[in-house]
Design a protein around this ligand. Structure first.
Ligand code: ADP
Ligand code: MG
Length: 439
């Protein structure tokens, strides 16, 4: 291949890996360098989704690496692999639509399961194996960064893997809204309907953005019914359960509740550690166990923050010749924690609640069920839900080993009661101010 050897290509990969660790993926090793002609290095990824990722995200990183390795002003171009069926023939409407492409990272094998997400994961697997037949619609909710998009896209990949000609439309709710507005403006509502109603699976991410747009909601409702009646799979995600999305109309809420609604909670320490190991492996980075533990123990927010912390560690390690150890991690994360407020702990909550109700922490954490204890305990659980990122299981663990449904029930009871009881509402507000003075 010209005077550009496989050896130089490996050097290009190493350079990308060292300088742009956030872009690097283990499957980069499968990219085949084709030739170097007229200053252009052509390289061929092995699948279409790899090709799309590379041409979208990595063009300049590779070009820069190739220039560094060859010492010449070369450019890297990725070739579209000539494999598999073409994606369905684009409608004119579809062509200029900026549909979100699936990320090759978001597959089931890269998803870590634990008590926080097991149900959602199992439901997605079942749907992928039997679209339109088991849980329809499937509604996945949870707060930001907990893996909803990952699971939805993994489900799309898995359906495609089993049935490569399945027509799957994965889209953010915003895009759905924009498409519809555009269709109305350009008098192309008919095409819009064709586009959205002739699919085997419609997957809409972040449906909460549909909330206050009446006409779009109407259109969505009809799209939903058409697909549902012809047993096509519908998968939806949102940051809240259907009933808690403000102004999502009743009939949509009841449609969603008619299928399966599953929630994702914040990951516990073990899951966070497993996610770090998985994310590191995906980037071909070796993480010592003490580093895994340190990062997972210090970054307790959502999984996206965890990933950000990992990238910081990898980036900093470049200054130490690629070595990752506890010192490097401390230095990197040390930079991460201060811009967060110190996390609120269960002990903080216990202090405030016991002071207010005049009860003992040991009782709140014990088994007693008398109302004088049960109520303050429910308040604790409510505050823990609101103010910490602990999972339901973890909170239950602090309060006499109660299970997650008890915690969920407690938090719901208090938040319902708060709406009717202004004194309770003021008490809670006071407690929150004490716990979180700046906010
Ligand atoms: P959401 O859509 O709920 O806001 P994402 O799906 O975008 O969250 O997840 C944020 C990041 O965290 C992604 O990089 C995703 O791969 C990762 N992530 C979340 N949960 C998991 C998990 N259980 N296993 C592996 N990665 C996860
Ligand atoms: Mg998302």
């Amino acid at each position: 291949m010209g005077n550009f050897s496989d050896r130089s290509w490996s050097d290009v990969l190493v350079h990308v890996r060292n300088h742009r660790p956030e872009l690097f993926r283990s499957w980069f090793n499968n990219i085949e360098p084709v030739d170097l002609q007229n200053g252009v290095i052509r390289a061929r990824p092995s699948t279409r989704s790899h090709y799309e990722y590379l041409s979208r995200e990595c063009q300049s990183a590779f070009t820069e690496a190739a220039q560094h390795v060859t010492g010449r002003l070369v450019t890297v171009m990725f070739e579209e692999p000539a494999e598999g069926p073409e994606p369905e023939a684009p409608l004119s409407f579809e062509e200029d639509a900026d549909q979100i492409k699936l990320s090759p990272d978001y597959r089931f094998e890269h998803f870590v399961t634990g008590p926080c997400n097991r149900l959602a994961h199992a439901a997605c697997i079942a749907v992928a194996e039997n679209p339109g037949r088991v849980y329809n619609p499937l509604f996945v909710h949870g707060s930001v960064g907990l893996g909803k998009t990952h699971l939805l896209q993994a489900t799309c990949h898995a359906i495609k893997d089993r049935q490569s000609d399945a027509r799957i439309l994965y889209i953010s709710c915003e895009t759905f809204v924009n498409h519809f507005i555009e269709a109305v403006e350009r008098g192309a509502v008919h095409q819009f309907r064709y586009h959205y109603r002739h699919v085997d699976a419609l997957v809409i991410d972040d449906i909460q953005f549909l909330a206050d747009r009446e006409r779009t909601r109407e259109e969505f409702f009809h799209t939903f019914n058409t697909l549902y009646q012809s047993q096509k799979q519908i998968i939806i995600s949102a940051d809240e359960s259907p009933a808690n999305i403000p102004s999502l109309e009743e009939r949509l809420v009841s449609r969603f509740n008619g299928g399966l609604v599953v929630r994702i909670d914040a990951p516990c320490l073990e899951v966070r550690m497993a996610i770090l190991r998985k994310k590191a492996r995906l980037r071909c980075v070796e993480l010592p166990e003490n580093v895994v533990h340190h990062v997972a123990a210090n970054v307790t927010g959502n999984t996206r923050e965890l990933e950000g912390a990992l990238l910081k560690v990898i980036a900093l390690s470049q200054q130490y010749g690629g070595v990752i150890n506890l010192d490097v991690a401390r230095q990197a994360i040390g930079d991460h924690v201060p811009d967060q407020v110190k996390p609120i702990t269960i002990t903080d909550i216990l202090n405030v609640v016991t002071a207010h109700f005049g009860v003992r922490a040991a009782d709140l954490q014990g088994k007693r069920r008398s109302r004088s204890i049960a109520f303050p305990r429910q308040v604790c659980m409510y505050l823990a839900r609101e103010l910490t990122s602990l999972s339901l299981e973890e909170i239950g663990g602090y309060f006499g080993g109660r299970d997650h449904t008890t915690v969920l029930h407690a938090a719901r009871t208090i938040s319902e009661q708060k709406k009717r009881d202004s004194e309770l509402s003021a008490t809670l507000a006071g407690m929150i101010r004490t716990l979180r003075p700046v906010d």
